[in-house]
Ligand binder design. Structure first.
Ligand code: GDP
Length: 534
């Protein structure tokens, strides 16, 4: 059953074997642990734990900032590539904290599927739900991993019901747990009629698989104690009656999620999940773009920037644009066209994010994520092609919900602050507005924690302590429309006008009433809470 025919037999094999996905979960559900195990099986690291043991603190490769270490949260997304069973997995890390949802949203534009990790004792939590909604906006296929089954967990049917009810998606069990809490011994692999037993003694050992000929195979009783076997058989019979069977097409359309049960820390269920991603997760998908969509199998290379990360390595003050390749076969040194500026760009030192370290990418295919070091030319939403003026669409920038004034603690350093703020604005870490009247800047974020991250990064990366001040504004709207109406509008509202880092006009206010009034008084203008990045 696992060797389902590829949905796109026409894709070149190198593209068809790629699976580009993200993990979404509520903090603490086990995303980091699962990532480690993926990398372990992908041969990217020698031993689980190494991702964390490296350096002075427990952290994964993607948690590179001081702030993240201190708080134990993953603030920014990065990408990791590894091979497993013939598949090439590209895992794009998403920040789990709700304050970084915009970053997460953009990250999810770069993947073809998501893995939803839930804690077996907690079920669907607030952040799971939010992230799920974001995936739904793009109809991303979702595979579910119910983690921490080695501990006391909720009833299996209850967990499945909760996902179905709260997230409005069909759930089909790919495996079924046997025993619960301390009695949990493993899972029955429904897709392959196999028994998988967990080794509690050795956390890094991959569970042994025992081939079973269906549920009435007497071999089952040899491995499962009688007091667990009976309730298990009852449950699985009920599950088969009540729950839908796996429908690969429905999974690909995002209407159904298969669920695996396991314990990431015990390396249990992870292999099955990986095989599931390979078998049911989609290969690289077509990309929405103007004036036409881009298909992965097109021979010409194209890609788009979904994230920019400044100063990834403090020693090298570099800035890396994360590019998702949308089509073609990229080779190092290729000349691409930067569609926004129409300028050619030789991509001579692209980086592939292998978990152990960054490495020069000699080649990459549609679906892969490469990092392009640059000096600020590449911005979020930019498209690179071999010349055709196509522009990838659908990468939004949201209006900030919190605004504050910002100043350098040392007024002599105001110029440096300008530079730092522009850089972070381009990276998408915060919105930066320069009001028409008065000195200084207003910065806007979606979640309060972003202010702290910003201050800490400006200090760390630019040696510049900053102070936040309350702002008289609470909302920002991008203003669009023809020049005459715009000029009239700006003249009448100078106190409220600012420009963002692209020079676009922004209306700042504290009253929804103001926004309503402008919409009434200036019917030719649009006030928008999102701006598409390009
Ligand atoms: P994240 O915040 O989602 O990245 O979660 P982590 O991977 O950091 O895990 C949160 C905590 O749960 C850590 O203390 C892990 O050791 C623990 N944990 C992860 N997986 C399991 C599991 O399968 N069983 C148990 N009992 N604990 C786990």
């Amino acid at each position: 059953m696992l060797d389902t025919a590829p949905n796109r037999p026409d894709l070149p094999a190198e593209i068809a074997r790629r699976r580009t996905f993200a993990i979404i979960s509520h903090p603490d559900a086990g995303k980091t642990t699962l990532t480690e195990k993926f990398l372990l099986y992908g041969g990217a690291i020698q031993m689980a734990g190494q991702v964390r043991a490296k350096g002075e603190a427990r952290r994964t490769r993607s948690d590179f900032m001081q702030m993240e270490k201190d708080r134990g949260i993953s603030v920014s997304a990065s990408a990791m590539s590894f091979d497993y069973n013939g598949w090439r997995f590209n895992l794009v890390d998403t920040p789990g904290h709700s304050d970084f949802s915009e970053d997460t949203y953009r990250t999810l534009t770069a993947v073809d599927a998501a893995i939803m990790v839930i804690d077996g004792a907690k079920g669907v939590e607030s952040q799971t739900q939010k992230l799920f909604e974001v995936c739904r906006l793009r109809d991303l296929p979702i595979l579910t991993f119910c983690n921490k089954m080695d501990r006391e967990s909720r009833d299996t049917f209850e967990i499945i019901d909760e996902i179905q009810e709260m997230l409005a998606i069909d759930v089909t069990p790919a495996s079924w747990p046997i025993g619960q809490g301390r009695d949990f011994i493993g899972c029955y692999d429904i897709l392959r009629d196999r028994l998988e037993l967990m080794d509690r003694a050795d956390r890094n050992r991959v569970a042994e698989s025992i081939q079973i000929n269906g549920l009435d195979d007497p071999k089952l009783a040899e491995h499962v104690p009688a007091h667990l076997l009976e309730p298990f058989l009852e449950e699985i019979e009920m599950a088969r009656e009540l729950l839908p069977a796996l429908d690969p097409q429905s999974v690909l359309e995002g209407h159904m999620t298969p669920i695996w049960f396991g314990s990431a820390i015990n390396s249990f269920g992870v292999k099955e999940l990986m095989e599931g991603i390979g078998a049911y997760g989609p290969e690289p998908q077509p990309q929405r773009a103007e004036p036409r969509q881009i298909s992965p199998e097109e021979t010409k290379v194209s890609g788009f920037v979904f994230k920019v990360q400044a100063n990834m390595d403090p020693k090298h003050r570099d800035r890396v644009a994360f590019v998702r390749l949308a089509s073609g076969h990229f080779t190092r040194g290729m000349k691409l066209t930067h569609v926004r500026t129409k300028k050619p760009m030789a991509v001579s030192n692209p980086v592939l994010f292998l978990a152990s370290d960054r490495e020069l990418a000699e080649e990459a295919w549609a679906g892969d994520i490469i990092g392009i070091p640059n000096h600020g030319q590449l911005r979020i939403g930019d498209t690179l092609t071999e010349g055709e003026p196509i522009r990838v669409t659908g990468i939004p920038s949201f209006a900030p919900e919190l605004l504050k004034g910002i100043r350098a603690a040392d007024p002599m350093k105001a110029k440096h602050l300008d530079k730092a703020l522009m850089q972070f604005a381009e990276e998408g870490a915060a919105k930066v507005f320069k009001p028409m009247i008065g000195a200084g800047y207003v910065v806007g974020v979606v979640g309060a924690l972003q202010f702290e991250v910003l201050a800490s990064r400006i200090e760390l990366e630019y040696g510049l302590p900053v102070r936040f001040e309350p702002s008289q504004f609470t909302s920002a709207r991008w203003v669009g429309g023809d020049k005459t109406a715009m000029d009239r509008f700006i003249n009448a509202n100078r106190q409220h006008i600012a420009h963002d880092h692209d020079g676009d006009v922004v209306y700042l206010t504290r009253l929804q009433w103001d926004i309503d009034r402008i919409e009434r008084d200036f019917p030719d203008l649009t006030l928008s809470a999102t701006k598409e990045m390009m």
